[in-house]
Design a protein around this ligand. Structure first.
Ligand code: ADP
Ligand code: ZN
Length: 712
């Protein structure tokens, strides 16, 4: 029996008379409560049958398919998470297992007995004769009478109570809806995908510049899978922000797909979970957790923006949804499609090794040209003191505003200023719970920790030297850039788009509408503006600080910055109007800037890949991080020493650490990190399991294993 508990493995229970099969949902006693779980298989017979508690009862007619159970086991073994923690993701809506209450309705009895006739009763019978079966309340409303009249007719036997089948939760997609005429290159790609659907497991990477029609191409595969009666899962990095994607889907398939993300209410989650399990939901578009839905008959997964770091979950079960999508497809024996304008180095390496197929779309649709990307050397053309926009960028903004077009300024920093310090003593305002500065959000009148949410008002005195408040805001955030833009362009309609100003799907959709309808001239935003939006009048993108994210000694920094800036740049000039991108940088000769300017992505990635190979880092070597955390720094450090002494000394395995983790203090917990690096031939999971078994942590220390960490 597997229970969806964060620490659990399999538990043994006695099975009574009821015939149970693996995959059945059951309720079992645990301590003094009942918990829902799944029959996983027969026990190994090592426990004394007489001591086992019995299963309480079977929960519903639903069943967790074998492939879903194998997937849970696989993910648990790979990530070293307890299987119960993985199962918890598959059983994320416990109430979905409750029986569905029947829908009762009233209709005229076929042979009604004699009854007392009144005008009110006649109205009800007239309505019941004219309309399909309705609930008592609806029927009373339709007939324009009180509920007692209807009730009286039921008691008199004139109206029968019937049970209605539940209404369909999701309308089936329309496969005949008109579709775009594909270009020859797009059609080749679509043909490849459609052919793949006939042939079991495979991975196809669509590598195409922004605007090349990747979505149109994979929609063809979606249509084919649906036509074959299969369910389809499309994973998007930030589902809440994809109103434009949903519109396109509706235009192509005539319906809204089922959606799966963290912003859904309980009733919707329940409805969707059930419809996925029954097969009624033919297509689901979801964030990474959609992978764990109990699909009845899944036949295709698409991972759009496959390079996006949002696919990596870094708490509880640390997994990468792209990689686990590939595993899920292999277990299910069907194809998976990855799409990106800037594919991950991992996926490109898999193409090179011949493991993944490649569909290349090098051109923008309808002859739209890629924007011109020009670095602006801030050493030669610095902005005025206390300003952040260089003369070049200001001049370009002037042209665009004069032409009545739109511009976007991109800076991946929420708030007004990333650092606030005391002019008297130099003290920096810091979060007491995290290794992080407090970020001033002037619009909210607060300083906020972006890691734990701790916030304060600007203090009247410096907490360090107690001098009267005399704080300096250092560096720019989006609010400050918007302030500068408003000074330069007092007539422009300027809006700031960040997770602060646009949280939730409705706010995001409204923002997108305002930009599309040209109610905004100048958009200032963080990386949420970089995602897949298509704004035809947007012709200039200014990257305020292109160097942000390049330092820090992270081996993935170059790749990540290149991806992010390519995505941002892709927002410019998506229609007839050509676009321009200015990158403000102090390192115009950095390989990332060169690659962006020349468009020579492949040469850049090849060099990055070489650096990874030389360092023995993924995808050429294996890597796992072990993060120990606890409130008491002494206990954490002492356990770290114990673990270090027990570290594996295997040939081909290198253990680095313990060292302070990148966030050495987070939400009040002290964090130390080990990195374990090995050749690809080493079974890293077995090695980590042995190691942790040799030195179990004290109760107050949490050990988080992250196989394939995103940053290294
Ligand atoms: P990508 O996903 O590669 O960024 P999209 O699929 O979003 O590209 O296509 C970019 C734009 O071009 C969209 O507005 C899309 O509707 C349009 N488009 C792409 N291919 C075609 C086509 N064959 N016919 C008509 N419009 C197309
Ligand atoms: Zn904090």
């Amino acid at each position: 029996m597997m229970l969806p508990l964060p620490l659990g493995g399999a538990y043994d229970y006695a099975v009574g008379d009821e015939a149970l099969r693996p995959g059945d949902f059951v309720e079992v006693p645990l301590g003094n409560r009942l918990v829902a779980g799944v029959v996983w298989g027969a026990g190994d017979g090592r426990v004394d049958m007489a001591k086992l508690r019995p299963v309480a009862h079977r929960l519903s007619a639903r069943h967790l398919p074998e492939v879903s159970r194998r997937f849970v086991d696989w993910v648990a073994a790979y990530t070293l998470a307890p299987p119960g923690a993985v199962l918890k993701m598959a059983m994320s809506v416990p109430s979905a297992l409750e029986p569905v209450p029947p829908i009762l309705a009233l209709r005229l009895a076929a042979a009604p007995p004699a009854f007392k006739d009144t005008a009110a009763r006649r109205k009800v019978m007239e309505a019941a004769g004219r309309l399909p079966p309705l609930s008592a309340a609806d029927l009373a409303r339709e007939a324009g009478v009180g509920p007692a009249v209807v009730k009286g007719l039921v008691e008199a036997g004139v109206l029968d109570v019937v049970e209605l089948p539940p209404p369909p939760a999701f309308a089936p997609p329309d496969l005949q809806a008109p579709r775009a005429e594909l270009s020859p290159g797009q059609q080749d790609g679509a043909d490849t995908l459609v052919a793949a659907l006939g042939g079991g497991f495979s991975v196809q990477l669509i590598d195409g510049v922004t605007g090349s029609g990747k979505t149109e191409v994979y929609f063809e595969a979606v249509a084919e899978a649906l036509a074959r009666g299969k369910q389809v899962l499309v994973l998007l990095p930030e589902i809440a922000l994809s109103a434009q994607w949903l519109d396109r889907f509706r235009r192509r398939f005539g319906v809204r797909p089922a959606m799966w993300h963290s912003d859904l209410g309980d009733a919707t989650r329940r409805k969707t979970w059930r419809a996925v399990a029954s097969g009624e939901a033919a297509i689901v578009v979801g964030a990474r957790s959609g992978l764990f839905l109990p699909f009845h008959n899944l036949g295709l997964i698409v991972v759009d923006e496959e390079h996006d770091p949002a696919f990596k979950q870094e708490d509880h079960v640390c997994y990468h949804a792209r990689d686990m999508a590939v595993v899920r497809a292999r277990l299910g024996g069907f194809p998976v499609v990855l799409a990106s304008a800037t594919p991950s180095l991992e996926s490109l390496a898999n193409v090179q090794a011949g493991r993944y197929g490649l569909i290349h779309l090098p051109d923008r649709h309808a002859g739209a040209v890629l924007p011109d990307i020009v670095p602006v050397d801030l050493r030669r053309y610095p902005p005025p003191r206390g300003r952040w926009l260089s003369p070049q960028l200001v001049a370009a903004l002037e042209e665009v505003m004069a032409a009545g077009e739109q511009a976007m300024l991109y800076l991946n920093r929420r708030g007004y200023a990333p650092l606030t310090l005391c002019r008297t003593c130099g003290h920096r305002l810091q979060c007491p719970h995290c290794t992080a500065w407090l970020v001033e959000h002037r619009s909210a009148g607060r300083l906020i920790c972006h890691h734990c949410g701790h916030h304060i008002r600007l203090p009247p005195k410096c907490p360090e030297c107690e001098a009267e408040a005399n704080f300096a805001a250092c560096g720019p955030g989006v609010e400050r850039v918007a302030e500068e833009a408003a000074l330069l362009f007092p007539n422009a309609r300027i809006a700031v788009m960040t997770s602060d100003t646009c949280s939730g799907p409705h706010a995001a959709a409204e923002f997108v509408r305002r930009v599309s309808d040209h109610e905004i001239d100048l958009l200032v935003g963080t990386q949420i503006v970089a995602k897949g939006y298509h704004f035809p009048m947007l012709t200039l993108v200014g990257v305020v600080d292109a160097d942000l994210g390049l330092d820090g000694g992270d081996l993935r920094a170059g790749e990540r910055t290149h991806q992010l800036l390519s995505q941002v740049a892709g927002r410019a000039g998506r229609a007839e109007r050509p676009g321009r991108v200015l990158l403000q940088t102090y390192q115009p000769d950095h390989p990332v800037m060169r690659a962006l300017r020349s468009g020579e992505r492949d040469a850049f990635i090849a060099r990055e890949a070489e650096a990874r190979r030389d360092a023995g880092m993924p995808p050429y070597g294996r890597l796992a991080a072990l993060i120990l955390s606890g409130a008491d720094v002494g206990i954490v450090e002492s356990y770290a020493r114990t673990l270090a002494k027990a570290a594996p000394r295997t040939e081909g395995v290198q253990v680095l650490g313990p060292a302070p983790a990148p966030m050495a203090l987070l939400r009040g917990r002290h964090r130390r990190r080990f990195l374990v690096q090995s050749a690809r031939s080493v079974n890293l999971q077995a090695l980590l399991r042995d190691w942790l078994a040799r030195a179990a942590p004290p109760k107050s220390v949490r050990v988080q294993v992250d196989v394939d960490p995103y940053s290294f």
